[in-house]
Every structure is written in C-alpha cells, then in structure tokens.
Design a protein around this ligand. Structure first.
Ligand SMILES: [Zn+2]
Length: 320
C-alpha cells in the first residue's frame, strides 16, 4: 500500500467567496511543512488555486521545491476567484458543478494555463474546490489533458451545501470514462483517487461475521454499512489531520491495509497551517498540534513500510 498526500493549496479566506481581497499568509508556512515531508522522504501533491498560482512569492516557494523534485504541482479550482468572472457570487456558484460547462471550461483553462506558464510544468492532477465535481467538470479536465482526479471524497454527501452526493463511493481508486465518472472501467482514460474516508468497526468480530454473511456483492455491502451505522457499530474516519488525530488515522491505514487497498490519500488545506484561517486550527498551539499529527502519522507510515508517491504516479500502483 502506498501513501499519497494531497493538499488544497489556497488562500487564507475560508468560506469567503469573493473574487478579490484574499490573503496568502499560510503559503509562508509551506517551507516548514515541506521540511517535515523531506524528513520522511514524502513527496506531497500541492493542488494550487488561481490566487496561489499567480502570486509572485508563492510561485518562488513552490518552484524551489519543484526544482528539487520534492513535490507534484496540480490544480485546485475555486471558481469564485478564477477568471473569467461571469456568474453571481454565492454559495451555490462556489461549486464548478453548478456552473455551465462552458464557463467551467474557460475558468479551468485559465488556471491550467497560468500554472503552465508560471511553473513550467503541465499539471495532470486535479481537485475541484469544495468537492464540486460532476461529469461536466470531468469532461473539461479531460479536454485539458488531466489524467487524475481527486475531487471525490468517499462515503460523503454534499447535497446540503449544493454539492454532489458521493455517499456510495468506496475509498478505492479506479479507472473511469468521462461518460460515467463513478463507475470503474478497466480501460478508462482517467483515474479517480478518492480522498480517503472509511469506516472503522467498533465491534470488529461481530462486524466481520455480518460482512461474511451478507456482503457478497457491493449493493449488500452498502446496505450493511447503513445498518451498521444505525447500530452505532461504525466510526467514520477521515484520513485528514484536520478532522482526525494520528491514532485514528493510523487505525484507518491499518484497516485499509488489511482490506488490501493499494493506495491511501491523505488530504488537507494549506490554510490550516495558519491559526484562524480554517475552522480546524484556532490557536498557535493548535498549529503545532496539527503538524505533530502529520508527523506521528508519517512515523507510523515509515515504520510500516508505507511509501509515499505523487498523485500523478497513482496509475503505476494500480497496474500492480
Ligand atoms: Zn479549496
């Protein structure tokens, strides 16, 4: 099993959907985060928004890391601050999946081109801002040459915030065709690497017996997850230091290894490096704890022989 770390690398202004007036203070913390990754030989994938990809100081920070081949640069589109600006600014329109396929394309192309120009690379990995992904977004990124999407977060429904429903998606990477973005197709042109969220079973013995009895097909498996949920036998864990402590993340990784997953995808926002920028880190003490949770997980991964790869390398692991 390999570890991928995907970071939504974006402005400080969580929940603010204005096209201007953002700040990028958190990007100053990237070199310290990268030092931590270097210590463990981890190559993270920074998925950049338009404000980051066009900021002189940010460009020099990431170019330096890129030059040393210590990271991957991908694309993370916040439509509200990616030109052209034609839509009304509101929560619904903060998701690409709610805009027209044509406006989406022009925003995505703008961001794609500034990354190419400012970093001298062609990004192949993508995540939609606020997980606002659908088949139109997939078609557009495919047209721009992207190979890998990581806009799906397993077992999660965003319909309450105008977004897509991924509650039936397992945390398993799969090849797909842009005609059907949630079904596995062995010769599909694109690869989906969902952000890792999975269930841990509180009563492993009982859960295993029930699974063996009923879970012979995926539909039954989804029904069982529903039943287990109601019986409070499940603990949903996000492989993210924003929502989970290192103990839960380690438990999750161990459980996924037992289930023969070939990849796990840890995810968080660069803005969580700065206290107050996201809801996950409020004080300078929290900032330290956030980095400590990442460190503790990386110690576990190193000791368990779980190597890190870049998101663009996911296809190679899936072949084997
Ligand atoms: Zn974002």
């Amino acid at each position: 099993m390999k570890l991928i770390i995907t970071i939504d690398t974006e402005e400080d202004n969580w929940g603010d959907f204005s096209p201007t007036g953002y700040t990028l203070d958190n990007i100053n913390r990237i070199p310290a985060l990268q030092d931590l990754f270097d210590e463990f030989n981890v190559k993270p994938t920074y998925l950049l928004t338009y404000p980051v990809a066009t900021d002189k100081k940010s460009i020099s920070i990431f170019k330096k890391i890129l030059k040393q081949d210590k990271c991957e640069i991908g694309t993370h589109c916040h439509p509200w601050n990616t030109p052209p600006f034609e839509e009304e600014t509101n929560e619904k329109n903060s998701m690409l999946c709610n805009l027209s396929v044509d406006l989406d394309f022009r925003k995505l192309r703008t961001l794609h081109n500034v990354i190419r120009k400012n970093f001298g690379i062609t990004p192949v990995s993508f995540r939609a801002g606020r997980w606002g992904y659908n088949k139109n977004v997939a078609r557009n990124i495919y047209k721009l040459g992207y190979k890998i999407d990581t806009s799906i977060i397993a077992y999660t429904d965003w319909t309450a915030s105008y977004g897509p429903d991924f509650s039936d998606i397992l945390p398993k990477p799969f090849r797909f065709s842009i005609k059907d973005i949630t079904s596995e197709l062995s010769n599909g042109q694109m690869i989906e690497v969902p952000a890792t969220v999975d269930y841990l079973y509180r009563n492993l013995g009982l859960s295993n017996i029930l699974f063996k009895l009923f879970a012979r097909n995926p539909i039954n498996k989804m029904r069982l997850i529903g039943i287990f949920n109601r019986l409070n036998l499940l603990n949903k864990v996000w492989l993210s230091p924003e929502n989970s402590d290192s103990k839960d993340m380690v438990k999750l990784a161990k459980s996924m290894k037992r289930k023969n997953y070939n990849l796990i995808n840890m995810f968080f926002h660069s803005s969580t490096l700065k206290a107050g920028a996201t809801p996950f880190v409020k004080t300078s003490d929290d900032e330290k704890q956030f980095l400590q949770r990442i460190r503790e997980f990386l110690i576990f991964a190193r000791d368990a022989g779980i190597e890190s790869i870049k998101l663009c390398e996911a296809g190679e692991v899936m072949k084997g």
